[in-house]
Design a protein around this ligand. Structure first.
Ligand SMILES: O=P(O)(O)OC[C@@]1(O)O[C@H](CO)[C@@H](O)[C@@H]1O
Length: 369
């Protein structure tokens, strides 16, 4: 295991994490404020959250107050910018749910503050038809097309797009281990840890259908978030909304529906997925699920940070070594949208433009068998 560099914080005003806290979080709050005609205390609480300069704990009485008190030990009373970036982001989303009363018993309980944004981003008929048509192509082509779609979809996360402007196609795969990815899918159980709903989840579902239909996986577990998170992250409700988009008669939609009903496709979630932790701290039950899988596919930027650790790794750090702890073979499919990157060959970074880590134009497929 390489020596661990420092955990990323947001202190430097020129850094990417600083810009997330300073620019992205207020933009997210603004959207949430406009999402529903909330009662007057909600915008007030949201404003208070934005104005808070030192991290305050969750109000007592929350069902998870004790867990957050433990995770936040040593963080409370410090500037949001000086605590680990991973903690600051995770706790921001938890506090946002507190501000909108997501867990408070009453009429607004369980209303997803990002629901309207996610609904507006559900795939249209054209995207569905494009992915449905892929099944007519030779299998090799389907496999390559699905990896490309899975990466392209990951660029479409709504938090990123609030600040990134128009989307373009991912330019370049800076690490492409997709052959190894396919060589690992030999017909056993697989896990896909989802990231965003909408335009990312659609290709993920089609990828799952491909794994099952071609016998590359015997069954698939799709892991989703237990609560609204990072704006567009997929919840069970988002999977169900997405499935309803497939037109009647869609072969892919029909097979996914049948797979859920017969248990070859199962949805799974746990609190860990909204905790400020990396996969090093996955609870035993979750680790056992990964260990039992022939292949775990992790989607997206945040899952990547949680896989390798949210640290300032030199880009040439070995992916194999830093992910050696992960229970079972693992593949990361991710467009690069934050500073954390490992597994590049020597000299590769020098050929990339200055904004390559955060611009979302580059992607990687990395695998550890
Ligand atoms: O995990 P995802 O959806 O691919 O990306 C999440 C993201 O947009 O949010 C974080 C910054 O807030 C970064 O990890 C990344 O830029």
């Amino acid at each position: 295991m390489p020596v661990e560099p420092p955990v990323i914080v947001s202190t430097d005003p020129m850094s990417f994490p600083h810009s997330v806290l300073r620019d992205r979080h207020p933009a997210i709050v603004e959207r949430v404020r406009g999402a529903y005609p909330y009662p007057p205390e909600v915008p007030l609480r949201l404003e208070r959250l934005l104005q808070e300069d030192v991290v305050a704990p969750l109000a007592g009485g929350a069902h998870d107050a004790a867990a957050w008190a433990e995770w936040g030990a040593g963080m409370f009373g410090r500037s949001w910018y000086d605590v680990p970036f991973l903690f600051a982001e995770n706790f921001f989303y938890r506090r946002l749910l507190e501000a909108v009363g997501y867990y408070e018993p009453g009429a607004w309980q369980g209303v997803d503050p990002f629901g309207p944004q996610k609904a507006a981003d559900l795939p249209g008929a054209e995207e569905l038809a494009e992915l449905d048509a892929l099944q007519e192509r030779p299998e090799e082509e389907q496999a390559a097309g699905l990896v490309a779609a899975a990466l392209w979809g990951n660029r479409a996360d709504l938090g990123f797009r609030l600040v990134a402007g128009d989307l373009q196609r991912v330019d370049d795969l800076i690490v492409d281990d997709s052959k190894r990815l396919w060589s690992l899918a030999q017909g056993g159980p697989a896990v896909l840890v989802a990231d965003n709903a909408g335009r990312e989840l659609l290709p993920d579902l089609v990828l799952i259908d491909f794994l099952l239909r071609t016998g590359r996986a015997s069954r698939v577990e799709l892991h989703v978030k237990p609560a609204p998170y990072f704006v567009s992250d997929a919840l069970t409700a988002d999977v169900l909304a997405e499935l309803r988009r497939f037109p009647a008669g869609s072969a892919v939609g029909g097979r996914l529906d049948a797979a859920l009903r017969d248990g070859t496709l199962r949805l799974h979630t746990e609190d860990f997925y909204c905790a400020p932790l990396t996969f090093h701290d996955a609870p035993d039950g979750l680790a056992a699920r990964f260990a039992a899988a022939e292949l775990t596919i992790l989607k997206g930027d945040l899952n990547y940070r949680r896989l390798v650790g949210d640290r300032s790794w030199p880009a040439t750090t070995s992916f194999e070594e830093v992910t050696g702890y992960f229970p079972g073979p693992v593949a990361a499919l991710r467009t690069v949208k934050s500073d954390v990157v490992v597994g590049l060959s020597a000299g590769a970074e020098g050929a990339l433009p200055a904004s390559w880590r955060t611009g979302g134009a580059f992607a990687l497929v990395q695998v550890r068998a």
